[in-house]
Design a protein around this ligand. Structure first.
Ligand code: HEC
Length: 95
């Protein structure tokens, strides 16, 4: 049964990116960002391009609509001040 043989690997493929069992808290928090920002050539790549302060400021500006955005305003509103700090540190360029 070809259907049967496909089921297990498909399930593993679907579960693996979401489960992230070994991921750190910061990696888990940043996982939804990767869908858009992790693809080279799609959205601006976030890793290592801005300082912690710049990243946190951008996210706060998205959250308050000070910075116009298509989706980032809605997304940023889902994160607390503490989580914005974690995300900013996760994506910031090394000092
Ligand atoms: C649905 C796709 C999507 C997701 C998910 C997403 N972003 Fe964005 N991001 C965008 C888009 C599109 C822009 C450009 C501004 C806009 O139009 O909203 C952007 C812009 C940004 C910028 C500004 C980058 C720059 O160099 O100007 C930052 C910082 C950012 N996103 C952070 C994040 C973080 C952190 C997350 C996860 C919490 C995240 N984004 C999740 C689509 C996304």
């Amino acid at each position: 049964m070809p259907k049967r043989r496909l089921a297990a690997p498909l399930l593993v493929a679907l579960l693996l990116p979401g489960s992230a069992l070994a991921a750190s808290p910061a990696e888990r928090l940043a996982a939804p960002c990767q869908g858009c920002h992790g693809v080279v050539g799609a959205m601006p790549t976030l890793v290592g391009r801005h300082s912690v302060a710049e990243l946190a400021a951008m996210l706060r500006d998205f959250r308050s609509d000070a910075r116009p955005a298509t989706v980032m305003g809605r997304i940023a509103r889902g994160y607390t001040e503490e989580e914005i700090g974690i995300l900013a540190r996760y994506y910031a360029k090394p000092d």
